[in-house]
Design a protein around this ligand. Sequence first.
Ligand SMILES: Cc1cc2nc3c(=O)[nH]c(=O)nc-3n(C[C@H](O)[C@H](O)[C@H](O)COP(=O)(O)OP(=O)(O)OC[C@H]3O[C@@H](n4cnc5c(N)ncnc54)[C@H](O)[C@@H]3O)c2cc1C
Length: 264
Amino acid sequence: MDLDTVRELGPWSAHGWRDGDAWLAGGTWLFSEPQPAVRRLVDLTEMGWASLRQLADGSLEIGATCTVAELSAYPHPLFLPCCRAFLASFKIWNVATVGGNLCAALPAGPMISLCAALEGRCLLLAQDGGRRVVPVSDFVRGAGRTVLGEGELLRSITLPAHALRRRSAMRQASLYELGRSAALVIGTRDPAGGATTVTVTASTVRPFQLGFPGLPGREELAEAIERTVPPSGWFSDVHGLPRWRRHMTHRLAEQVRRELSEPT
Ligand SMILES: Cc1cc2nc3c(=O)[nH]c(=O)nc-3n(C[C@H](O)[C@H](O)[C@H](O)COP(=O)(O)OP(=O)(O)OC[C@H]3O[C@@H](n4cnc5c(N)ncnc54)[C@H](O)[C@@H]3O)c2cc1C
C-alpha cells in the first residue's frame, strides 16, 4: 500500500535519527500496513552489507539485508525448509530480508525460528555508536516486539560453527495448506555428547528454548514444554487458537524428539 505520510526516502546519513524515521529493508511488512507515524524511510539495502560470510572459525555471519532467496541457497538442512515456511510468493522471497523478518517479530517469522534454533547472536548498532550482542532467542520479546531501542538497528546475525554442525529436525504445522505457520518446532542435537535443544516458535508469542543434557524422554520433553511456556505464552490469531497451537507443539516436539533418537 502507499505510505502517504512518508516525505523522504534515503540512505543512512550522518544527519542523525529523527522522530518519524523507520528503517526500510525489503519493505514487505512495512508496506503491508498503514504506518501513520512514519515520515522518512532510511534504506538499509544501500548499505552494501555482505549477505553471507563464512568466518574463519566456521561460524556464519548473515547480513541483516540478506534476502530469504539468498539464504535458501546455503547448504544446511534447516535453511531451505525454514525459508519454505514463509507464507510468501517468490516476489516476497526475493526482497524480504532476514533482518526484516527478525525485526517485524511476527510469531510466524521463520527466520526467527531458524536463527534462534541455531543459537544465533544479533549484532545491534545504536545511533550513538554503541554496539551490543543479543541472542536471537532474547531479541524477540513478544508478538511484534523486540529489544531494539529507538533508532537502533540490527546489523547481522552470527550462527556459531558448533550449532551449524549439530544434527537437526524440524516440524511445522499450519491451519490450512500453505497457511502461515501456527507451530514450528526445531530440535538440534550435539553429535558428540548428545545434548539436545528444542526451540518452539510460531505457536508462541516469542521463541522458547528448552535445553537437555542428552535426548529427553517423551514425558520429560512434554513437562519441559509446559514448565517453560506460560499460559499467556501461547499465541492467538486467525491462524490458530492457543489450545490447538499448544496441542500441535507437543505433537511436533515429540516427532522431532523421535527423529533425533534415530541413528544418523
Ligand atoms: C504475502 C505475504 C506473506 C508473508 N508471510 C509471512 C510469514 O509467513 N511469516 C512472517 O514472519 N512474515 C510474513 N510476511 C511479512 C514480511 O514479508 C516478513 O516478515 C519479511 O521477512 C519482512 O522483511 P522485510 O525485509 O521486508 O522487512 P521490512 O518490511 O522492510 O521491515 C520490517 C520491520 O523491521 C524494521 N527493520 C527492517 N530491517 C531492520 C534492521 N536491520 N534493523 C532494525 N529494524 C529493521 C522495519 O523498520 C520494519 O519495522 C508476509 C508478507 C506478505 C506480503
